[in-house]
Ligand binder design. Structure first.
Ligand SMILES: [Zn+2]
Length: 493
């Protein structure tokens, strides 16, 4: 025999013999296979639902929302309803929705003021260490999001697009769970270019956002009680890029009959039109960048620029000029124009983006970075992207700095952010970013004070490093590492 309990959001059954409660259904979530999934996860589920947990007795592992006392013995319970945690969302370094319009969107730039929270540590040359560790997700080539998805607490997801695997971090059990598809064929795989998703800004329960798939665009919903997900198809087509958004218009590249097309849809996907881009390549596109009311898709052969409401324009790079897309991304000059670094076979230069007759500014060597967070070997480049580097410490001549994440802060005259510094490295930047194993790398914070956050021996493929912010800490993941390194951000709001 079982007694049914209805709360405002859920239905529970109480087994009269064992006194255990089993969740039958809850608002917004699909089917629940309670026996198979939730057993080891009761604390996490209780926090997500705002249910109650035993505090001093052991008559049941979990109690329905709003229960204050154990019905068996009357002992008080830990009530979790009404507790709402406020943590900033993290949508991937390139998906910050809160950046001002004069900062390019789609680059690894965060609006979170990380420097104020990190810079209390001993400054360089002191070598700090990561204070926190989290096991790496089982599918380690992944992107991270931390959001509430309509629940009272934030949860971390790691999506491995190449394999189409969605992983969920249970912070109470300290375990990763692989989420299963609720319907056969709900395939999360995306291999068609740089990865980027569009977050749900006011999510319903379980709503994550719009994700690109090899087969189209879908809204992703998770059921963390059941460790499962489902996809709601918004657009079916062979995608050639991730989606971008500009003034509530979504743009996404796809291929039809061997021709590149641009999908132009409203955020709700009720209305949409398409544009043909007949001369543009059909694969190999970077994640789009939003700037100056336009979306820019960069490609080794050229750029596709689109202003919502107008026809997209494909422009091949000038003859002989090749962009160095691995070096970072577009950067701005003081007058607000956007530039990208490249090489013309003789020398490096910056080329103006989105212009009919682009200006070219020659430079004497590689510069790594994006969005005005630029370095020439071990030294920052301030002022214009082509200005001479700012040498504070000549000893940094034999190091090479790779920017990973800029923390945008209006109050700072110089850009701050997270970087890797390769020591005693005098080789070419291209080789450091490709196959070379670097003997000694430091993870550094560049800001009002420069900090060495940690040290790494034998690092290869540094571009695989993924920074993210979750649970009041800055984390850095690399697929070769067994643990994700973390640094506390005190009182981050
Ligand atoms: Zn009890």
């Amino acid at each position: 025999m079982a007694t049914r309990w209805d709360t405002p959001t859920s239905t529970w059954l109480e087994d009269e013999t064992s006194g255990q409660f089993a969740l039958q259904a809850t608002t917004g979530l699909g089917p629940i296979d309670w026996q198979a999934h939730a057993r080891g996860r009761l604390p996490d589920v209780a926090h997500l639902l705002g249910a109650s947990l035993p505090a001093s007795c052991a008559h049941a592992g979990i109690y329905p929302e709003g229960f204050s006392f154990c019905p068996t013995c009357g002992a008080p319970l830990e009530r979790l309803d009404g507790q709402v945690q406020h943590q900033p969302d993290w949508w991937g370094a390139a998906s910050d929705q809160a950046l001002p319009r004069h900062v390019p969107h789609g680059l690894p730039v965060t609006s979170l003021a990380l420097g104020d929270r990190l810079e209390g540590r001993p400054a360089a040359p002191a070598v700090n260490r990561a204070e926190l560790a989290m096991p790496a997700p089982p599918n380690a080539h992944c992107v991270f999001i931390a959001g509430t998805y309509g629940f009272p607490e934030q949860r971390l997801l790691a999506l491995a697009p190449a394999r189409g695997v969605l992983q969920y971090w249970d912070p109470l059990a300290q375990l990763w769970h692989v989420m299963g598809a609720e319907e056969a064929g709900a395939e999360l795989r995306f291999n068609a270019g740089g990865y980027g998703w569009l977050p749900a800004l006011n999510p319903a329960r379980g709503e994550v956002g719009i994700v690109p798939l090899d087969t189209g665009l879908s809204r992703l919903w998770i059921n963390p009680v059941n460790e499962s997900y489902r996809l709601e198809l918004l657009f079916a087509g062979r995608l050639a890029s991730s989606p971008g958004v500009m003034r509530r218009q979504v743009g996404c590249l796809y291929v039809e009959d061997g021709v590149l097309n641009l999908l132009d849809a409203q955020l709700d996907f009720v209305n949409g039109t398409t544009w043909e881009c007949p001369d543009a390549p059909t694969s190999g596109w970077m994640r789009p960048i939003g700037y100056d009311n336009r979306l820019f898709w960069l490609h080794p052969q050229g750029q596709l620029v689109w202003r919502p409401g107008e026809e997209p324009r494909w422009t091949p790079w000038p003859r002989g000029w090749t962009p160095k897309l691995d070096f970072g991304g577009p950067t701005q000059s003081r007058d607000g124009r956007l530039w990208h670094i490249g090489h013309d076979g003789q020398a490096y230069s910056f080329l103006e983006l989105g212009a009919d007759n682009p200006q070219v500014e020659p430079i004497d060597g590689a510069r790594l970075g994006f969005a005005n967070f630029l370095f020439r070997r071990g030294h920052p480049v301030l002022d214009q992207p082509w200005s001479a580097e700012h040498i504070e410490d000549a000893a940094q001549d034999d190091s090479l700095v790779l920017p990973l994440l800029r923390s945008f802060n209006n109050n700072r005259s110089q850009p701050s952010g997270l970087v890797l510094r390769f020591h005693a490295y005098t080789g070419r930047a291209e080789e450091a970013l490709a196959g070379r194993t670097i003997a000694r790398t430091t993870i550094e914070w560049i800001g009002k004070r420069n900090l060495i956050l940690d040290e790494v021996a034998r690092l290869a493929r540094p571009l695989d490093c993924v920074p993210f912010v979750y649970a009041g800490a800055l984390w850095l993941h690399h697929p070769d590492w067994n643990t994700v390194r973390g640094w506390r951000l005190e009182a981050l709001t």
